[in-house]
Design a protein around this ligand. Structure first.
Ligand code: SF4
Length: 72
């Protein structure tokens, strides 16, 4: 699984950091999302899927088996 974020869509809610703090962070300057890693470990899959699903800006894209799934 790969994950990417669109900072232009991020509204700084911090939901992703709460759901998957090992993968997501917020920039100290503008509070927009930052990735700690782009490759997701198997034990993080559920947390990252949940973060993408709950992101209010639909700013998180999860790619599984080569298929991008924005907001899912
Ligand atoms: S949940 Fe979405 S909108 Fe909120 S900080 Fe993370 S990427 Fe940005």
């Amino acid at each position: 699984m790969q994950v990417s974020v669109d900072r232009d869509r991020c509204c700084s809610s911090g939901m992703c950091v709460m759901n998957a703090p090992a993968v997501f962070d917020q920039d100290d300057r503008d509070s927009l999302v930052r990735l700690r890693q782009t490759t997701v470990l198997p034990e993080q899959f559920d947390d990252v899927r949940l973060a993408a699903e709950l992101c209010p800006g639909q700013a998180i894209t999860v790619t599984e088996d080569g298929t991008a799934q924005p907001g899912a």
